[in-house]
Ligand binder design. Structure first.
Ligand code: ZN
Length: 286
């Protein structure tokens, strides 16, 4: 990798196609570190807090997979042909319990081997209240940071994405799988005792868990006894009312950068869900 660190600090203006922000957990209770990525350019956002930041989209979008120009972004960053043919854009990624690999209809069986038939984690998290979620084991803690969770606790390790979907489906009987992003952006979620929530849910869902372990083997669906993780975000001030900027309608937005949480920029003029604009070629002035 070429060293670009020196140009980063000096850069006040970058242009390129957006990918989701890189978020690194803070060390020793420090807030997470955010890096905006536009093409080959990188911008340290933590050091821009409290300063003006603007984004301007000229109308171009490049597909996050094939790089071709697309007039519209599908599934947060793909052209229509990729959206219709990539396994990662199939509905079973969002609903892993509907995996159809064994029916022989997987869009890309080799991709599935590398991504779906890999260790997954079922977790509890708190971004706007208690929720259950799943992720590939390698995506911990990135997934939690992307969601703006302030607490997280892995509760099961499983062998495949589909198995994680079955466990999550079971937990959805008792707990939400959604984040209320407006609540997440309005402040810190009230502290939860995640190990106690885990134990309460395990007791309630005991029968269903035993059935899944019978089906897949007890060593495929393994309860975890880990310590909860705490995450914090660089936010100077939370908005009292959450107004969302939409680059499709207003291609130029700007304001003072008040914070970073999940994949959101919090400006004094409104919030921007940067992930939604993956592939958009923007000029960022900060
Ligand atoms: Zn494409």
């Amino acid at each position: 990798m070429p060293a670009v660190t020196e140009s980063i600090a000096a850069a006040a203006e970058v242009t390129g196609c957006l990918t989701k922000m890189a978020i690194a957990p803070g060390q020793g209770g420090e807030p997470a570190r955010y890096t905006l990525r536009a093409g080959a350019s990188r911008l340290d956002l933590n050091e821009r807090l409290g300063k003006p930041l603007s984004l301007a989209w000229g109308g171009a979008i490049a597909c996050a997979h094939c790089g071709r120009a697309t007039r519209k972004s599908f599934a947060q960053g793909y052209c229509y042909p990729c959206f219709k043919t990539l396994a990662q854009c199939d509905t079973c990624i969002m609903k892993p319990e509907t995996c159809h690999f064994f029916a022989g209809t997987c869009r890309e069986p080799e991709w599935a081997e590398r991504h779906c038939f890999q260790p997954h984690v079922v977790y509890l998290a708190n971004a706007s209240g208690l929720k259950v979620g799943i992720t590939r084991a390698t995506q911990v803690p990135t997934r939690w940071l992307d969601q703006g969770a302030v607490q997280a606790l892995p509760i099961f390790a499983v062998d495949t994405r589909q198995q994680s979907g079955f466990v999550e489906t079971l937990f959805k009987e008792a707990v939400s799988d959604r984040t209320n992003w407006r609540a997440m952006l309005k402040g810190e979620a009230a502290e939860l005792d995640l190990p106690a929530e885990r134990d309460r849910l395990l007791a309630r869902l005991e029968g269903g868990i035993a059935r899944l372990q019978e089906r897949f083997g007890a060593d495929a669906i393994r309860p975890l006894d880990e310590a909860p993780v705490r995450l914090s975000y660089p936010v100077l001030e939370y908005p009292t009312k959450v107004v969302s900027h939409n680059l499709d309608k207003t291609p130029e937005v700007g304001g003072t950068l008040l914070g970073l949480k999940g994949q959101y920029l919090i400006l004094d003029t409104g919030v921007v869900n940067l992930r939604k604009y993956t592939g958009y070629e923007v000029r960022v002035v900060a």
